[in-house]
Design a binder for this molecule. Structure first.
Ligand code: DX5
Ligand code: ZN
Length: 226
């Protein structure tokens, strides 16, 4: 099955004083998804934004032609279920969470899916993929962290590539349509390597929002992906 690559800019690196404009600008620059990094200063040592910001940004997450662009919510929070429900109400299209942040992973996935939202699991650099053995048939997205969660602008952790390769094998063996997303330290220089390992969806924050011309960066990423 040919995988259409998707670029998911993380608004963690955007200008927080102009978030609505930033979402529109990066979509007009070619973004496929908007990656929304939620941090609770409990599961990770940082605090970002909640469901109300997601709700406020939802109307701006559209292409120039008015086509809705998926909001890809990455929950770095514990516990998971109540906030996942609030983000479902706030317009999230995908909600992924860290299995080690939930006391009952299968139930948390169900809490997302029963609201008609795509569900994903997120794996930190030292987190094994074992839980997929009992959940891969329930999820729509696997997100591999190539940095330790909490901050943008970190360097890519190479061992994530081996985990991407393993996740790709598990997805292909499952025969299910599951997106394989990688988050952290991705840029125009390493994105091809991440794709070659088996990823099809790429989160990039500082590599895009840290540059004046978002379209030039996204075009360069697509060129590198071939
Ligand atoms: C970490 C965040 C970052 C962010 C991407 O918790 O999830 O990985 O999305 O940040 P950059 O692209 O700047 O590494
Ligand atoms: Zn993220």
């Amino acid at each position: 099955m040919t995988r259409k690559f998707k670029i998911a800019p993380s608004i963690l690196a955007a200008d927080f004083a102009h978030l609505g404009d930033e979402v529109k600008t990066v979509i007009y620059a070619g973004a496929d998804w908007i990656h929304f990094d939620v941090m609770d200063n409990h599961y990770v040592p940082n605090l970002t934004f909640g469901p109300m910001i997601c709700q406020a940004l939802k109307p701006h997450a559209k292409t120039a032609a008015g086509v809705a662009v998926p909001i890809d919510v990455h929950l770095m929070v514990s516990p998971v279920d109540a906030l996942a429900a609030s983000f479902a109400e706030a317009g999230a299209d995908l909600i992924s969470f860290h299995p080690d942040a939930s006391s009952h992973v299968h139930r948390s996935i169900q809490a997302i899916k029963r609201r008609g939202i795509k569900a994903g699991l997120v794996f930190n650099p030292a987190e094994p993929l074992d839980v997929l053995e009992w959940t891969i048939d329930e999820i729509d997205l696997i997100l591999i962290m190539s940095v330790n969660p909490g901050f943008g602008g970190q360097s890519f952790i190479d061992s994530a590539l081996r985990k991407v390769e393993l996740a790709r094998k598990l997805i292909d063996a499952s025969g299910r349509d599951i997106r394989l997303e990688v988050d952290g330290g991705i840029n125009t220089d390493n994105i091809r390597r991440v794709a070659d390992a088996g990823a099809d969806t790429f989160v990039a924050g500082s590599a895009i929002f840290g540059k004046p011309d978002y379209k030039a960066v996204i075009d360069q990423m697509r060129l590198a992906l071939g």
